[in-house]
Write a protein that binds this ligand. Structure first.
Ligand code: ADP
Length: 359
């Protein structure tokens, strides 16, 4: 946002203060507590039906919480109508007006908010410039590709100079290649608008890992975990996070002195305050599992090999458990049915459950 007409921006974050939403007595968002810092990109990540869109709609003002308050900056907006919340929103299906030209679609929110007429063309041009759509101002939506339509939808959301941008699965209607291009575009947009706080709903972990400063992991109406992508990937706190963010081996283990026991084999891993004898889950990322002898060796039978371009994915049956290993630079994988040994470093395993987390 450059130019002499830009007002001084007051940076606002978003705060959910114990927000619950119910439909017909069915709780679909359960006492959500979450802070999005000013200028932060927060991804709400979770499977379909976990309550992500409901949380976003509570910020937009399209659903009313049964309990709790929603704040934008210092302002309690729980009872404020949507168009007075200073929010830009983009949904999956673009929702452009088909009979309006691009420039009129982008001007729509400004007119609805009674922006002075003389300011509108400049604001529309600014938003189209930001999204790389300046050359398309006179077109109708049907004359644009899906990716271009989504850029117009983003321009429309930005034209009102929102403090908060709400994005609801904005890339899911695009094909894979466009999606990856648009991911880069969104990252660039955020660099150009560093004061805008973004709440980004997605079920796609790649989008969340790529774009977000922090990820809030949701399942079954509840928040399970919140942290930077690196924290959630390296140190997941819950079984659900470990399985939903990145790939994981989740091995059922029992805590013993100095480590855990898995399928009759003692493994040296940090157990923190876990009580000996407790049942727990050991999370080991497949790319941190090596082939051959090493610390924490697991012996088993090779049951499947998948070639994935940069890596081979090996599935090894260890006493009835399927352990995955992603290996780079493996020229000749062992024969199927061969006895193989896998290993991992003690520091590459995370113990979940057993009173050391809430998994
Ligand atoms: P997500 O965005 O994670 O896919 P939603 O927030 O859209 O999940 O939905 C959460 C739950 O609320 C789902 O079970 C969904 O069916 C239900 N739900 C969403 N909107 C409504 C509605 N308007 N009326 C009744 N149930 C709804």
């Amino acid at each position: 946002m450059t130019g002499t007409t830009a007002p001084v921006r007051i940076r606002s974050g978003i705060r959910f203060d114990s927000v619950s939403v119910a439909y017909g007595g069915n709780t679909v968002l359960d006492a959500l507590d979450l802070n999005v810092e000013p200028g932060e990109v927060m991804a709400l990540l979770g499977p379909s039906g976990s309550g992500k869109t409901t949380a976003l709609r509570a910020v937009a003002g399209f659903v009313r919480p049964a309990a709790g308050r929603v704040f934008i900056g210092d302002r309690d907006v729980t009872d404020v109508p949507p168009h007075r919340r200073g929010i830009g929103m983009v949904v999956q299906q673009y929702a452009l007006f088909p009979h309006m030209r691009v420039k009129d679609n982008v001007a729509f929110g400004l007119k609805a908010r009674k922006t002075p007429k003389r300011e509108i063309p400049g604001r529309v041009a600014e938003a189209l410039e930001l999204t790389g759509m300046a050359a398309y101002a006179e077109r109708h939506p049907r004359e644009l590709s899906g990716g271009q339509q989504q850029r117009v939808a983003i321009a429309r959301a930005l034209a009102i100079r929102p403090d908060v941008l709400l994005l609801d699965e904005p890339l899911s209607a695009l094909d894979a290649q466009l999606r990856s291009g648009m991911l880069g575009e969104l990252a660039r947009l955020h660099r150009e608008l560093p004061d805008v706080s973004i709440l980004y709903v997605t079920h796609d972990q790649v989008e969340a890992l790529t774009l977000a400063d922090r990820i809030a992991v949701m399942d079954q109406a509840r928040l399970w975990d919140c942290g930077t992508p690196q924290e959630l990937y390296r140190r997941p706190r819950t079984h659900f996070t470990a399985s939903f963010v990145g790939n994981a081996n989740l091995l059922p283990v029992r805590v013993v002195a100095g480590g855990v026991s898995f399928a009759g084999t003692d493994l040296a891993v940090a157990t923190d305050r876990a009580a000996p004898g407790a049942d727990a889950t050991l999370c080991v990322r497949p790319h941190l599992v090596g082939l051959g002898e090493g610390p924490n060796a697991l012996r088993g039978t090779l049951s499947e090999v998948q070639w994935r371009g940069a890596t081979h994915r090996l599935y090894v049956d260890v006493a009835g458990h399927r352990v995955k290993a992603d290996l780079r630079e493996l020229r000749d994988p062992p024969e199927l049915g061969a006895e193989v040994t896998l290993h991992f470093a003690p520091e590459d395993a995370v113990l979940l459950g057993a009173g050391v987390s809430d998994a």
